[in-house]
Design a protein around this ligand. Structure first.
Ligand code: TRP
Length: 337
């Protein structure tokens, strides 16, 4: 039996945070280590440029940051091909062919793109590349004939759109060149880690994130500043655990679920202070992220080695993507000579 293929990645617009870790990185490391998949991890710099064309330095810097975050959490170039999107020319050509199979109104209805367009306040000036990035994402996925795409919950519409393109392509050109991918999502209820401020989403732009690269001090400060129950003023007051970020994090990260249940009970009854719960959460997060931070610091000592790793990964990725592009050209019939 041939191995199933994984293709996934992130936009390099800054460092990765613990929301990424819960939302997708953990799944990717686990799947990589199972050793039964052909694993490809892409740093999507062209996708990042779709709304950062005037700020390429930010993307350039973030490529190294994201690569360090990958290595820090345990993605391993010995087991996975880690590469950079812009270094794979076949992806751009595939995107051009796929754009002809998608309507503008379909792209405007893509829920993820729609949300992001609202958030980013483009007004009348939506970059065409931004509106069409789901098509380029379909090129990323299909170039590797990926079966599985481990990503955060917010990426489901991208997979839906990719599957539509695959079906349309295979039907239109009467071939079964392309493969329909399936998303791999985090366990139920753990899909989205809220921000420190209680906002449903942790994100760089909301300034409410804990980064994998944060120092022990920064991490502690952030935990101590977390949003809890605004009506829980005195220790003896009964407090709410629903929508209380500290307890949401404990549900996700605490290994000892019984202890969490006990703390919740105490908190709801009154008599348990925020500071105490936060200290408990801080200990748990420090234990989880200290080894990751340490590894990150070690890898950061040798940035040229990071570029070399990405270069080799990109060379490998080019071989696969070029092969698919060849098949796509033949299917369409643009292999004239
Ligand atoms: N859209 C993803 C993000 O928001 C990044 C990405 C680009 C991606 N191409 C991909 C993810 C292909 C999975 C598969 O970060």
């Amino acid at each position: 039996m041939t191995k199933k293929t994984i293709l996934t990645g992130d936009r390099p617009t800054g460092r990765l945070h613990i929301g990424h870790y819960i939302g997708s990185l953990k799944n990717r490391v686990k799947m990589q280590d199972e050793g039964i998949y052909d694993t490809n991890i892409m740093i999507a710099d062209m996708q990042a440029l779709t709304d950062n064309a005037k700020n390429p330095e930010k993307i350039q810097k973030s490529i190294v940051e994201v690569a360090l975050d990958y290595l820090a959490v345990g993605l391993d170039p010995e087991k996975s091909t880690i590469f950079v999107q812009s270094q794979i020319p076949a992806l751009s050509e595939l995107t051009m062919y796929y754009l002809d199979l998608v309507t503008v109104s379909r792209l405007e209805r893509n829920p993820t793109v729609k949300n992001e367009i609202q958030q980013k306040e483009f007004g009348q000036s939506i970059p065409a590349g931004f509106l069409t990035y789901p098509v380029s994402q379909a090129a990323d996925i299909t170039a590797f004939k990926a079966d599985l795409v481990p990503v955060g919950d917010d990426q489901e519409p991208m997979l839906e759109q990719t599957r539509e393109i695959v079906r349309s392509f295979n039907h239109t050109y009467n071939q079964d060149v392309l493969v329909e991918p399936q998303g791999i999502f985090p366990p139920k209820g753990q899909g989205r880690l809220p921000g420190l401020d209680g906002n449903a989403k942790m994100s760089k732009s909301l300034n409410n994130a804990i980064y994998l690269a944060d120092s022990a001090d920064e991490l502690q400060k952030k935990v101590m500043s977390m949003y809890t129950d605004p009506n829980h003023i005195r220790v003896e007051d009964p407090g709410q655990v629903e929508g209380n970020t500290v307890f949401t994090y404990l549900d996700v990260f605490a290994p000892d679920k019984e202890e969490v249940a006990k703390l919740k009970e105490q908190y709801q009854a009154g008599g348990l202070g925020d500071v105490k719960v936060k200290r408990y959460l801080n200990e748990i997060l420090q234990a989880e992220f200290e080894p990751i931070r340490k590894r990150r610091e070690e890898f950061a000592q040798d940035v040229p080695a990071i570029y070399e790793m990405l270069k080799q990964g990109s060379q490998k990725a080019n071989v696969v993507a070029n092969q698919t592009l060849q098949e796509v050209r033949e299917a369409i019939g643009v292999n004239y000579f």
